[in-house]
Design a protein around this ligand. Structure first.
Ligand code: ACO
Length: 436
């Protein structure tokens, strides 16, 4: 028997079915709500709204569980590679040896960026933020490479490989050009992550020595960021994609959304905050007090999450990774001590406990990125490269979903009722009350 929720409104009773997911999550199917009752729902930030059914990522914010296609994040971080995880997210299953080999070859085959695109890169102002460069350049890809036409398996695979490979190349290119350095081209003999590090750090005067531990750590970093169900940037990809825009524009929308400090931009904001604490003497208490002050918009960056009401499982892995790399290179980063002190004090503070605010994935990621040599303005770009497989998988799922419709939310209008146009000569003479 179908469970229903009954809604009584103006003396009439309406029934709405309950639908459930494979992990027992339940939702009221309100698709008929407005038609039957004339009502709409009011849900700013969509915190109570499921916009799709998805088979990609499962997240339990109460228990701190994250799984991609059923596989726990902890196991993937330990055993998988970023390329394998990308394949899993996009295709739904782990690849066979041959499938993985073919996927890697495809990524290598599409790693070069059209030479004409270099002129764009070179003409951005030197101070341009790499996230702005990346979102513009991803939109520009459509003008250099074919759009998806029929949407057949092979065509999708090629377009996805093109995006996965070129976004990584473009990120490294943007960095090199921003420094006024010679661009390093991708190499066929290197893995996805090693190739990125080499394109970032190799130079004609100092060849980059690829370190297996750093390559492994980067794999883990990107696996942790690869998908996170309907977060702000993924929702942006689905929303923009619902207008049937070309895939490059949809992904570029995701990059733009990710840039915000409440989302992916938090990894850069965390480092800036930790440095401020360090430079002001190293005591995080005044910053905690500032974050608690209702009259101050300041928030502890890297703390809190819409879904997680406990520790973010990615944060735990990120913290370990951070220690591992810092120990290996014998780096004594004072910001790590500040971060640990801040975490310790904040999680014990009644304000953070009551609101269930814990460190999220961004809290330690900046310290890790600094340790492997990534400059601060590239932190969010690193997140974007990691999130790309998730955006692609979610875009594909939405395109294949027969229930996917143009995203077009409603609103409650609270502005003035109809009024008469006032000619400009009369406007200055009216008081505010008269004009309202
Ligand atoms: N510091 C201080 N107070 C906070 C923080 C924080 N970091 N986060 C939330 N709060 C408080 C809010 O002021 C609010 O208080 P109120 O109920 O008294 O008004 C309450 O906790 C709930 O906060 P909301 O903003 O309603 O929660 P929401 O789910 O909308 O926001 C968000 C989640 C944006 C992540 C928020 O916690 C935040 O701004 N964190 C800092 C930025 C950050 O780290 N972003 C990265 C998130 S992870 C990611 O996107 C990859």
């Amino acid at each position: 028997m179908v469970e229903v929720v009954k809604l009584e409104f103006k003396g009439k009773i309406y029934e709405f079915p309950i639908i459930s997911g494979t992990e027992g999550d339940m939702a009221i199917d309100i698709r008929g709500l407005r038609k039957k009752t004339g009502l709409i729902t009011y849900d700013p930030g969509l915190a109570n709204t499921g916009v799709c059914k998805s088979k990609i990522t499962y997240l339990d914010g109460e228990k701190g569980i994250l799984r991609y296609r059923g596989y726990p994040i902890e196991e993937l971080a330990e055993k998988s590679t970023f390329v394998e995880t990308a394949y899993l997210l996009i295709n739904g299953e782990l690849p066979t040896e041959e499938e993985l080999k073919n996927f890697s070859i495809k990524l290598n085959d599409h790693s070069l960026v059209h030479e004409d695109m270099r002129e764009f890169f070179e003409n951005f102002p030197r101070r341009a933020h790499p996230m702005g460069i990346l979102s513009s350049m991803v939109t520009a890809l459509r003008e250099f490479y074919p759009e998806l036409k029929e949407g057949g398996k092979e065509e999708i695979n090629t377009t996805f490989a093109r995006l996965l490979s070129k976004v990584r190349t473009m990120a490294a290119m943007a960095y090199k050009i921003s420094r006024g350095h010679k661009v390093v081209y991708p190499r066929h003999d290197l893995s996805y992550c090693a190739n990125f590090l080499n394109m970032m750090f190799d130079s004609p005067v100092k060849p980059y020595i690829i370190d297996d531990d750093v390559v492994r750590a980067l794999n883990v970093f990107w696996i942790l960021h690869a998908d996170h169900e309907q977060n702000c940037s993924t929702a942006a990809v689905r929303l923009v994609g619902s207008a049937k825009v070309n895939i490059y524009a949809a992904i570029s929308a995701g990059i733009s959304a990710l840039w915000g400090p409440l989302h992916g931009g938090a990894n850069q904001a965390v480092i800036e905050m930790l440095r401020e604490i360090y430079e002001s003497g190293g005591d995080p208490k005044p910053f905690i007090e500032k974050a608690k002050d209702k009259n101050n918009p300041f928030r502890l960056m890297g703390f809190g999450h819409r879904i997680y009401k406990t520790y973010d499982p990615r944060e735990k892995i990120m913290k370990k990774l951070c220690h591992k790399i810092l120990d290996k290179f014998k780096i004594d980063d004072p910001l790590l001590d500040v971060a640990k002190k801040l975490e310790e004090l904040a999680v014990k503070d009644p304000y953070f406990q009551e609101k269930r605010l814990y460190p999220n994935v961004d809290f330690y990621s900046g310290i890790f990125l600094r340790a492997i040599g990534i400059p601060e303005n590239m932190f969010t770009v690193m997140f974007a490269i990691g999130r790309l497989p998730g955006w692609l998988a979610q875009w594909k799922e939405s395109m294949e979903d027969p229930h996917n419709r143009l995203y077009r939310p409603r609103q409650l209008y609270i502005g003035p009722s109809e009024r008469k146009y006032i000619s400009i000569e009369k406007r200055g003479k009216l008081t505010t009350t008269e004009s309202a």
